[in-house]
Design a protein around this ligand. Sequence first.
Ligand code: NAD
Ligand code: ZN
Ligand code: ZN
Length: 394
Amino acid sequence: MAETQGKVITCRAAVAWGPKEPLVIQEICVDPPQEMEVRVKILYTSICHTDLGTWTGVNEAERAFPRILGHEAVGVVESVGEGVKDVKEGDYVIPTFNGECGECRVCKKEVSNLCERYKVDPMKRLMVNDGGTRFSTTTNKDGGSSQSQRIYHFLNTSTFTEYTVLDSACVVKIDPNAPLKQMSLLSCGVSTGVGAAWNTAKVKEGTTTAVFGLGSVGLAVAEGARARGASRIIGVDANASKFEKGKVMGVTDFINPKDLTKPVHERIRELTRGGVDYSFECTGNVDVLREAFLSTHAGWGSTVLVGIYATPRTLPLHPMELFDGRKVTGSVFGGFKPKSQLPSFAQQCMKGVVKLEPFITNELPFEKINDAFQLLRDGKSLRCLLQIAKFLKK
Ligand code: NAD
Ligand code: ZN
Ligand code: ZN
């Protein structure tokens, strides 16, 4: 049994104190897990665009500070709360922002991964058990003494910390022999993208695909489509530096909207005799979503929304446009049910069905987390892995 079991752990975390304020690495207290909760020692974490969007505070309703962001990680279970049966101390796990309780009506059906109790909720900031937080400050943001203050949770996970507490529904056990750094990618970006191609669109061999936004999520869509035998994968991005990486993930054609004098969908229709079979929107921009929708073939084209849209604007479609037979659907966490389906997905990745190494473009120590945010903001990284464990206090 861990000597820390049942005790408050004092450790370091990167705390977000306000929109666009640099994260502060500071000492915090992490309470023991309550019933059906798990306390996890985070080994590696990386930054997804969803962390960036929350940190910049674009959606005011979702703001909550101080907060520990982060949702893509891998770690080891330090201790579990009462009633937790499927993981135990010492198990290697990945946190998932979209949980699976296994008991609700949705979890019992095959068609959806949006668990009624633990599905992703950007507004959620407190634990379900008692409406409290498991994190609190020991100092103010300048390191000076102050009264202890609670720190909010984020996206069911909060991984920018040496220790975190999650609902057990949001923890998936992985093979201890798996390459841990790469397993962290399954916590969000790669599962989201590959799953959007496999589970939501169900991309078939010999079909054509357009991917808008070639960050980790969009490139994972491309990698998923490549693995399913798509014959043509058109990558669209305003940052030309993403094109080199795209080739590795099976992207066959590139379009930089800045190079065109016509809308992107017109160019895609020219290239594909009327439009692609599937398009994926992975930028979070509603105008791009419209281009993605119009770039599919009338009659059967299917568009999958993956990006997160912080804007209050609604879907940029006229209802009559749906009479052309094009479909639109959204995809959360790639449609994967985390506990039931990620372990076998991880196995497939380890067998090389999906290549994971190219997604880790940078590695930095935890202390450099603000530099890692900047790399993603500047479009210079796919995933920058931050090593956390080596800072652990014995
Ligand atoms: P990223 O920042 O790494 O990549 C976004 C890419 O889009 C960049 O390469 C950027 O150059 C490109 N882009 C932005 N605006 C563009 C435009 N107008 N035209 C063309 N290209 C443009 O982000 P990411 O981590 O890959 O995440 C992508 C999106 O997916 C984000 O909106 C993120 O919040 C969302 N997301 C959704 C889920 C889900 O479950 N649905 C999960 C994870 C991330
Ligand atoms: Zn994410
Ligand atoms: Zn459920």
